[in-house]
Design a protein around this ligand. Structure first.
Ligand code: ACO
Length: 344
């Protein structure tokens, strides 16, 4: 029995294929690099389909959520998302659910003074809530590359959660709130904050290679490395690294490359039988920091991209109309056997 469902196929999907051996990700027929270059709104149409008016979605979300803005301010961003989404009406449509993410993250920073959406596109609206000055075109492209790169990735834990909820016939909003919960742990979406902690610690280390080797041999996991599916480099890491290098002035890039190099060396030495390589979270951390986001916002930003995949899988699962209900193997105590002899 596979304790983590490794290798078990739970659904057919026309959304994406993750080839862990080749390190290739195909989304809607595009290789990742081409898909990431589409931009957020085109990628959203590819995944979710239909007439998806994201500006109308953000405007409607703004209208519905405005009374809540003061209480969203200064909450942990992922908590703000959960609280904001939970206050929307149950039958909210896809454009409003997707549009609510930048609105809620704006309210988390600005409270009652949250700017109205519409100054630019979805990504511009999101980024302008984080920046002191209006974002540059290069910064908008950088964030768009990030959001689209993480938008869809096979049957990962949060997507599977969304599909299970969808299979019960629940509304999209509930599937998205459930998926958000699955993203919170460090083994799935919560690693990029700890990646920056690792970089901070390494910046002060007199001997980075020795420090990393000591961590791995004491059983610590290096954040930003390893993946359940990829047995080679996560292709998303390269797309994000490219997005980062095309932005000027990332103070961490040099250190990140050095830490990556020595971390891979330490992992190869300690676990020669297991190919552990850089995953998406490593350069996510450095890119989002360069774009002006604080580390406590990283998981919420991942969700802002991945909501496209959750929504697409929700629709795919609803079209199937079949409840997901796997079996389990009981290992608990059993009641004493009942005697089959009847008296007299
Ligand atoms: N650092 C050190 N050792 C590691 C790491 C790591 N990052 N990842 C796996 N290992 C080791 C494990 O300790 C284990 O060693 P053992 O066999 O001696 O016990 C071995 O490699 C296999 O580990 P598994 O837990 O079987 O690997 P799994 O496929 O379940 O885990 C995971 C994948 C959770 C991503 C893991 O690599 C990890 O914890 N990485 C660090 C956290 C991280 O970066 N998370 C983000 C993932 S990307 C995403 O979800 C968007």
């Amino acid at each position: 029995m596979a304790s983590g469902l490794d290798g078990i196929v739970v659904a057919e999907t026309a959304l994406s294929e993750v080839d862990g051996e080749a390190g290739e990700l195909i989304i809607r027929g595009y290789r990742l690099r081409s898909f990431a270059a589409l931009g957020f709104e085109a990628a959203a149409r590819e995944l979710v389909g239909g007439e998806l008016d994201l500006l109308a979605g953000r405007q409607r979300a703004y209208q519905c959520l405005a009374p809540l803005f003061p209480s969203l301010q200064h909450r942990e961003p992922i908590e703000a998302l959960r609280m904001g989404l939970a206050s929307l009406a149950s039958q909210t449509d896809a454009a409003v659910v997707i549009g609510a993410f930048p609105v809620i993250l704006g309210a988390q920073r600005h409270g009652a003074r949250t700017p109205r959406p519409g100054a630019g596109d979805h990504v511009y609206d999101l980024l302008s809530t984080a920046c002191q000055a209006p974002p540059t075109a290069a910064e908008v492209t950088g964030l768009s590359r990030y959001l689209v790169t993480v938008s869809e990735h096979g049957m990962n834990a949060s997507t599977f959660t969304a599909r299970v909820i969808a299979s019960t016939g629940a509304p999209l909003l509930d599937a998205v709130i459930g998926a958000l919960g699955a993203l919170k742990g460090p083994l799935h979406g919560g690693a990029p904050g700890p990646v920056l902690d690792l970089l901070d610690e390494m910046a002060n280390s007199p001997d980075i290679p020795a420090e990393l080797r000591a961590r791995v041999s004491s059983g610590q996991r290096l954040m930003g490395f390893g993946h359940r599916i990829y047995r080679t480099r996560d292709p998303r890491a390269d797309v994000l690294k490219e997005a980062l290098t095309s932005l000027s002035g990332s103070p961490r890039l040099e250190l990140a490359q050095k830490v990556e190099h020595h971390a891979l060396e330490a992992l190869r030495l300690a676990k020669p039988e297991r190919r552990l390589d850089t995953n998406v979270e490593f350069y996510t951390a450095v890119l989002l920091e360069r774009l002006g986001f604080s580390r406590d916002a990283f998981t919420a930003l991942f969700a802002t991209g991945r909501v496209l995949g959750w929504t697409a899988h929700y629709l795919e699962q609803r079209a199937l109309g079949r409840l997901i209900r796997p079996g389990s193997l009981y290992t608990g105590p059993r009641p004493p056997a009942v005697s089959s002899c009847s008296p007299g």
